[in-house]
Design a protein around this ligand. Structure first.
Ligand SMILES: Cc1cc2nc3c(=O)[nH]c(=O)nc-3n(C[C@H](O)[C@H](O)[C@H](O)COP(=O)(O)OP(=O)(O)OC[C@H]3O[C@@H](n4cnc5c(N)ncnc54)[C@H](O)[C@@H]3O)c2cc1C
Length: 235
């Protein structure tokens, strides 16, 4: 029989931004929350360019965003045409800015907000969800509610046979961080640049410390023809 690891009113599996933010909100509402996260400390992840709508939650749980690159819009280009979209021109511009965030730093801040609100974290890898239990490599967590916040590695939809893939989103991504990127300058510093090429697109996400996250997205079939750096240089 598998040993008991912990008990809680609500067990959240996965301590990324979603799991940690939910933990913070629930803990602030007085619930007993345990987050089961496999990484003792947040690690590198893609998903570095935030959108303004998330500010509402970040503010509600008290995440400090100082030091992150401010982002006021996005520039789209295909080499011939360039268009800028400013958040301030959105239909309901409650927030006119977001941030570019190295994820380990950002995820750590959301996690600390959850801990500050009273949520507990345990380092363990979830192996199966069996509500009201989560089975981990370190034992069973019993809870009244079990929430799957494991992102793309979420297990519940797979276990229930309900996971569906959108054919247009079955893409492949590759990302690297560069210093001193000299792509064409965005009209406003901090904008994300989306540069399209035949069969895919690059993102350029500038961080406050001069590093730029560069990633390519292509269909799994097409990939990037030839050399990645050469394709990037053409953008
Ligand atoms: C190529 C690419 C680019 C993207 N770019 C952007 C972007 O620019 N802006 C944006 O807003 N979004 C972007 N996204 C989406 C973004 O990455 C996700 O929306 C975001 O990470 C979701 O957060 P989450 O907390 O739900 O999941 P995740 O960030 O995936 O967090 C899941 C957590 O669960 C933990 N976990 C996983 N499995 C287990 C397990 N078995 N046991 C215990 N813990 C586990 C992980 O360690 C992790 O901490 C991008 C996604 C991709 C694939």
């Amino acid at each position: 029989m598998t040993a008991a690891l912990a008990e809680a009113d609500i067990a959240i599996c996965g301590g990324g931004p979603s799991g940690s933010a939910l933990a913070a909100l629930l803990a602030k509402a007085g619930r007993d929350v345990l987050v089961i996260e496999r990484n003792a400390e947040p690690v590198f992840s893609v998903g570095e360019s935030l959108l303004p709508f998330g500010n509402r939650v970040l503010e509600a749980i008290g995440v400090r965003m100082d030091g992150f690159q401010r982002k006021e819009g996005a520039v789209f280009t295909d080499g011939d045409r360039t268009t800028r979209v400013a958040f301030a021109e959105a239909a309901r511009p409650t927030w006119t800015f977001a941030h570019q965030v190295p994820r380990a730093d950002f995820d750590g801040r959301v996690r600390r907000a959850a801990i500050g609100a009273g949520a507990r974290f345990v380092t363990a890898t979830v192996e199966a969800l069996a509500p009201p239990c989560a089975v981990t490599d370190r034992g069973i967590v019993r809870a009244n509610r079990v929430i799957d916040a494991m992102g793309r590695e979420g297990r519940l939809s797979k276990q229930l046979g309900q996971r569906r893939y959108h054919p247009q989103l079955r893409n492949a991504a590759r990302t690297l961080w560069y210093r001193d990127v000299r792509s064409f300058p965005p009209e406003v510093p901090g904008d994300i640049v989306i540069s399209c090429f035949e069969g895919g697109w690059f993102w350029l996400i500038p961080f406050a410390d001069g590093v730029t996250s560069v990633g390519s997205v292509t269909t799994k079939e097409s990939g990037i023809r030839g050399d990645w750096d050469a394709a990037l240089a053409r953008c």
